[in-house]
Design a binder for this molecule. Structure first.
Ligand SMILES: [Zn+2]
Length: 295
């Protein structure tokens, strides 16, 4: 499942082609992906100008002049490919490789830029867990309505994080993965942020919201770690977008920057720490952490 930074790199790659463009035609080549396409899917998009391409958690949102908003989710294996007169591009940086087989091209957006340049933006999804739905406005769709705060930008600070964790008895990692509290934070980046903040994924979430300077410092450190781990990953992806097609096609480079994720048995890389990275299972999912420096 792509994580928030991967979705954001896709958004940034699509933005120059889609924002301001007018949709000349949409081909939906099958009746459904994870869900059936909305009624009159193509008709409601055709002729519309795309005023903004946004992101909420792991959802891409395409604002159309006069409405509606198109909500896209990449699912497990979805990707977009851009075909222009200048060549092709697959925006975004993914931990797992994306399909290049046109057998799985399920939706094709034919768009025209304000300058008249024609492009095709193609949604490819071999496993078809992705979806496209309409909403009448941002945050109106039930899938978006209950989402918590974004871990990007400066909104999530220590005080807000402490207020979200206050009184929670669940493990800290589980609370951080709760999409109603923080939206779009996934398994990989929670492990990374907890390591940066030297906090155990097993501790009770509410402990970082207790009165006193120690808990205050912990919540501030963790909020900073969450924001920086996400922004570092987006920056790493963004920098490779331009020359992506010249590389060997390998998309799995995010993991090189992971400090703990998928590094079971390796020495902890925190200065002064002699511990090793362990893998444990929490709520059925892998957690990687160093019990020596994460308390
Ligand atoms: Zn350590």
């Amino acid at each position: 499942m792509p994580e928030l930074p991967e979705v954001e790199t896709v958004r940034r790659g699509l933005q120059p082609v889609l924002e301001g463009a007018t949709i000349a035609l949409v081909e939906a080549r099958r009746p459904d992906l994870r869900f059936p396409f909305p009624e009159k899917f193509s008709q409601r998009l055709t002729g519309k100008t795309i005023t903004a391409l946004g992101r909420r958690a792991k959802y891409l949102t395409m604002d159309l002049e006069g409405g509606p908003v198109l909500i896209c989710h990449l699912g497990m294996s979805g990707s977009f490919r851009i075909e222009t007169a200048d060549g092709n591009d697959m925006p975004g940086v993914f931990q797992h490789d994306r399909s290049k087989s046109s057998n799985h091209d399920h939706v094709v957006f034919h768009v025209v830029s304000p300058a008249g340049a024609r492009s095709r933006v193609i949604f490819n999804d071999p496993r078809r867990f992705g979806f496209m739905l309409f909403a009448e406005g941002p945050d109106v769709h039930p899938m978006l309505a209950g989402l918590g705060v974004e871990p990007t930008g400066n909104t999530l600070d220590g005080a807000l994080l402490a207020s979200l964790m206050k009184g929670r008895r669940s493990p800290l990692k589980a609370a951080l993965l709760d999409q109603r509290l923080i939206a779009g934070l996934g398994n990989i980046y929670v492990s990374e942020a907890l390591w940066r903040a030297s906090l155990s994924p097993l501790r009770e979430a509410g402990t970082i919201a207790r009165p006193g300077k120690k808990a205050q410092a912990q919540s501030e450190h963790l909020a900073e770690a969450i924001r920086s781990v996400i922004s570092d990953a987006i920056a790493a992806g963004g920098s490779s977008l331009r020359d992506y097609m010249q590389t060997d096609g390998s998309l799995g480079y995010f993991q090189h920057s992971f400090a703990v994720y998928d590094r079971e048995g390796e020495a902890c890389s925190k200065p002064g720490c002699s511990g090793h990275i362990e893998r444990i299972v929490q709520s059925g999912r892998s957690t990687f952490y160093c019990r020596t420096c994460q308390r």
